[in-house]
Design a protein around this ligand. Sequence first.
Ligand code: HEM
Length: 141
Amino acid sequence: MSNRCSRRPVGRESRIAGDEGGGMPELYDEVGGPDGVRTAVAVLYRRVVADDELAPWFRDVDLDRLQSHQRAFLTAAFGGPHVFGGRGLIEAHAGLAITDAAFDRIVETLMTSLADLGVRHEAVAAVGERLERLRDEVVSA
Ligand code: HEM
């Protein structure tokens, strides 16, 4: 699977469009399946709470919910928005006054974390593009 992907030109939009609705199993595999996702969540979580620009949004959120947020965030990166049960993204973030800068920052933090965990550049870029599509549902300030 990764061979197929690496031979293909990066094809920024078309590659993502081709994955519409079907998730990105190749990405999931690339991070190392469930264990890899767990590691990625832990790394992301540590970086978010240590980041002065992001921490304020999560200060009053308890640890369980915060980790579950990071998991939801990562799942969106890999599997698409259809995986969310419960509240939709707009409703979940309404009233949190999330800025474009904060959105950029958390997406960059995830991308850096994945790169640090050995995920290929093309796959990291694909994650960024997938999350970018959710910007309007999350940013309200
Ligand atoms: C594509 C990006 C994002 C996705 C997919 C996402 C996903 C989610 C989901 C699914 C929830 C609902 C959780 C629930 O109802 O239990 C949520 C809540 C929340 N999100 Fe996000 N989020 C994103 C970006 C952000 C950003 C950029 C911030 C702030 C910098 C943020 C801060 C929060 C906070 C503070 C909550 C409420 C936490 C709680 O009390 O449950 N999110 N997010």
